[in-house]
Design a protein around this ligand. Structure first.
Ligand code: SAM
Length: 284
């Protein structure tokens, strides 16, 4: 068990998880700026991307690289800095670190070593797309990237076919058409939203069925998020429909109890309720 009071020892070492804008630099918040200005070191995915971004927002701090290919080594280095009492911020190229971006192993090891890990709020492409999609938001799944290979992607989609809530995927522009072809084939022609270039000048939402968006998405460029409706609910038969169906089965030669048992499938009623109702109507 690990219990952290984030604001108890603000002078001490800590790992801050700081989101950066997903396109629009105005989305850097006063708190993000304050944290980035206060830390000793900023760990970023690629210093060639984060250097200019930080320069643009007038933050000048030592940068160290923390990406999937040096994660073991750089995690050791970051833990050493924390041991020395330093504060470290982790950022990614855009949006939240750790969301389809590196950092989860670093956070696990920092927690295990007993240092505070403090999340700062900010931009995230998946949530921007979800809230503007027009699809239900009370429950949802963030899946991130599906596999780049169609056979594996189809298998992943098959595993999600019966998932009842809205699903969010990241996708690269050169794969979007093939991904939607697979989604259409496996999931059927559900409602979806393709959110492109969020927060940027060319921000665009394509809302409709998968086949409609597929027809409109040739040559689409830029960064994109795909939000797809969950598995539509099977509509349940009403009592009236169940009883009607049961009587039809009886007319076809089935015994009343067996007909009630058949008619109660995919309904919210029990075999007994349908049978009782059949008997009541027969007697009246
Ligand atoms: N960490 C990021 C976040 O919190 O959203 C996601 C990083 S992931 C490596 C990059 C993917 O996020 C892109 O391929 C795209 O699917 C999505 N993405 C990032 N910025 C976006 C934007 N401005 N508009 C649409 N999608 C975006």
């Amino acid at each position: 068990m690990n219990r952290q009071k984030s604001f108890q020892n603000e002078a001490g070492p800590a790992l801050y998880l700081v989101p950066t804008p997903i396109g629009n630099l105005k989305e850097i918040s006063p708190r993000q700026r304050e944290i980035l200005e206060s830390v000793d070191v900023i760990a970023c995915e690629d210093t060639r991307n984060s250097g200019p971004l930080l320069h643009n927002i007038d933050i000048h701090k030592p940068l160290i690289a923390h990406h999937e290919f040096n994660a073991i080594q750089s995690t050791k280095g970051i833990l050493q800095l924390l041991e020395e009492g330093k504060k470290v911020a982790v950022i990614s190229d855009a949006g939240y670190p750790l969301i389809s971006d590196p950092g989860s192993q670093l956070v696990a090891e920092t927690v295990a070593a007993g240092f505070p890990v403090i999340p700062i709020s900010g931009s995230n492409a998946a949530l921007n797309a979800l809230v503007a999609s027009g699809l239900p938001t009370s429950h949802f799944l963030f899946y991130g990237f599906l596999d780049a290979k169609s056979t594996k992607r189809v298998r992943e989609l098959e595993g999600l076919k019966n998932f009842p809530f809205t699903m969010i995927f990241y996708e690269a522009p050169h794969r979007i058409e093939r991904m939607l072809v697979d989604a259409l084939e496996v999931l059927g022609d559900r409602q979806m939203c393709l959110a492109r270039e969020l927060t940027k000048m060319h921000e665009e939402m394509l809302r409709g069925t998968i086949s409609e968006v597929l027809a409109a998405c040739t040559d689409l460029k830029g960064e994109m998020v795909v939000v797809i409706e969950g598995c539509p609910k099977q509509t349940e038969r009403t009592l009236e429909e169940c009883v009607k169906m049961a009587f039809e089965l009886v007319e076809g030669g089935m015994k009343p109890k067996a007909a009630a048992a058949k008619a109660c499938e995919e309904s919210g009623f029990s075999k007994n309720e349908i049978y009782q109702e059949m008997m009541r109507r027969k007697d009246s």
